[in-house]
Write a protein that binds this ligand. Structure first.
Ligand code: NAD
Ligand code: DAU
Length: 332
């Protein structure tokens, strides 16, 4: 039985990965999570007690990290400060967790030889123009825009250096925008759904024409598992699902799913440095590892996500007031 350590497993994508692994494999899972504002044990309810352990701690704690590495066969590293808007008002925790935290894990991987998979983002590549036919590939040059994406880019480069200089057994994946259950209400899709539940109109930054390449969190999980078990050490894999949508069309899908007119939204102050478009070419993952996504019907994915937030108000309600207070200060 594989013993898997998952950092950041109480957050959005990490918790979806943990549920996915425990439902689809016989691995045991330990989650290491600091439980920042973005993590909650409520996302880890209902897991099999004989195969699941939670450790409350910081990935920057070298002693704890080193002990946990020695007790596991492989590590998947999700823990991060993940929200661009927060990184614009308060970048320090991004530098600490995303850079120093990754460094701490890499040193433990170097000392123990444990297999390490690094979760990253398509934002490391910067952005594309709306009318550019190009998509990001594994060889697109790094060009991050925000404190968040620059610290993620830096963490990827640390991984590459630790592979080359110290022979660490690592792979990297860069995924596009995820959606699904258990995403914090500060993020675009849950913010608009929960605002509508509260009778507040959706808010689009700028002209609302920015494009994101959406993928369901379960497809991200299946791709990560495939890379962990079949990926080539030292390689980077892009993960996507051909889900390009403008923010306007996403909001229209949410409004429609919730029974409102499609134009019942407001345009608000733009995000400084707002990336225009992301688009992922995931053909390497398909051609080399045989992975394909299985949730490409975006409208039905949005309907299921709306239903999840409607049915799980006790999960998101504690986050809502403080998230909206931050946006109010930014005029968004
Ligand atoms: P999230 O903010 O929902 O969760 C982050 C988790 O990390 C939380 O549980 C938090 O408590 C934990 N954490 C933060 N700092 C920590 C520390 N110092 N020590 C231990 N735990 C700590 O984030 P998410 O959206 O689930 O993103 C997870 C990962 O996936 C990140 O690395 C992010 O860069 C990457 N990613 C996210 C997306 C997306 O669309 N959300 C897309 C591609 C890649
Ligand atoms: O591309 C992957 C990245 O996707 C991840 O690395 C990040 O961790 C994740 O947060 C996400 O980053 P984005 O900045 O793209 O996601 P966010 O949900 O913050 O915003 C999505 C788009 O919606 C973006 O163009 C900004 C816009 N937006 C966001 C909010 C919260 C709005 O128009 N209105 C809003 O209220």
């Amino acid at each position: 039985m594989e013993r898997l350590l998952v950092t950041g497993g109480a957050g959005f994508i990490g918790s979806n990965f943990v549920h996915y692994v425990l439902a689809n494999t016989d691995s045991s899972v330990t989650v290491l999570d600091k439980l920042t504002y973005a993590g909650t044990l409520d996302s880890l309810q209902g897991l099999p007690a004989d195969r699941f352990t939670f450790v409350h701690g910081d990935i920057c704690d070298a002693e704890l990290v080193s002990r946990l590495f020695r007790e596991h066969d492989s590590v998947v590293h999700y823990a991060a400060e993940s929200h661009n808007d927060n990184s614009l008002t308060s970048p320090e925790p991004f530098v600490q967790t995303n850079l120093v935290g990754t460094y701490t894990l890499l040193e433990a991987a170097r000392a123990t030889g444990v297999r390490y998979h690094h979760i990253s983002t398509d934002e490391v590549y910067g952005d594309l123009e709306l009318d550019d036919p190009a998509r990001f590939t594994e060889s697109t040059p790094y060009n991050p825009s925000s404190p968040y994406s620059s610290t993620k880019a830096g963490s990827d480069l640390l991984v590459r250096a630790w592979v080359r200089s110290f022979g660490v057994a690592a792979t990297i994946s860069n995924c596009s925008n995820n959606y699904g259950p258990r995403q914090h209400v500060e993020k675009f899709i849950p913010r608009q759904i929960t605002n509508l539940i509260d009778g507040v109109r959706p808010r689009l930054y700028g002209d609302g024409l920015n494009v994101r390449d959406w993928i369901h969190a379960d497809d991200h999980s299946s791709a990560v598992l495939r890379i962990l078990h079949a990926g080539k050490i030292g390689e980077t894999y892009l993960i996507g699902a051909d889900g390009e949508q403008s923010n306007r069309s996403v909001v229209e899908a949410i409004l429609e799913a919730m029974g409102h007119p499609k134009d019942a939204y407001d345009l608000v102050r733009d995000r400084p440095g707002h990336d225009r478009r992301y688009a992922i070419d995931w053909s390497k993952l398909r051609d080399e590892l045989g992975w394909v996504p299985s949730h490409q019907d975006f409208e039905s994915g949005i309907e299921a996500t709306v239903a999840w937030y409607r049915d799980n108000e006790q999960w998101w309600r504690p986050q809502k007031a403080s998230a909206e207070a931050k946006y109010a200060k930014m005029g968004q």
